[in-house]
Design a protein. Structure first.
Length: 145
């Protein structure tokens, strides 16, 4: 006697559970990416400020004269050489004064950071508190992590 096997069509329970788990992971990733872009904008502006501080320090080292950044308010700053009263255009920027749209400087403003001809900000660490985290300029060496 021959047994007749029925051909079954469809998915097993285990396959359905695996597909649901994969879809769940994909949805979780998509939802986390759809969230606000403000965090990325803040990080970008924090990196920009750090880069501009390093630029001022590099200019001080190359020109053998003091350069610095002046945080005029909680959301504006500018580059200067020798005298704070003379804002200088930072390469790649459209104007002398940089306006921050997402990041705010929480340290007391106005705040001036000046690098001497050796790239040093002075004998004390300088910490710039911002809404995106702190920027520290190390004493004497001027190291900016």
């Amino acid at each position: 006697m021959h047994k007749i096997f029925k051909v079954q069509k469809g998915f097993t329970f285990l396959e359905i559970i695996a597909i649901i788990a994969i879809i769940g992971i994909m949805v979780a990733i998509a939802v986390s990416r759809i969230g606000s872009t403000d965090t990325y904008a803040i990080i970008g502006e924090l990196d920009k400020v750090t880069s501009h501080l390093r630029y001022a320090q590099g200019r001080a080292l190359r020109t053998d004269s003091p350069w610095g950044i002046r945080f005029a308010s909680a959301n504006t700053y500018f580059l200067f050489q020798n005298a704070v009263a003379n804002p200088i255009m930072i390469p790649g920027e459209e104007q002398n004064q940089i306006n921050l749209s997402k990041l705010t400087i929480d340290s007391a403003t106005p705040l001036t950071i000046t690098f001497d001809r050796f790239g040093s900000p002075g004998a004390a660490n300088i910490t710039i508190a911002t809404s995106g985290g702190n920027i520290t300029v190390t004493a004497n060496t001027g190291f900016i992590p």
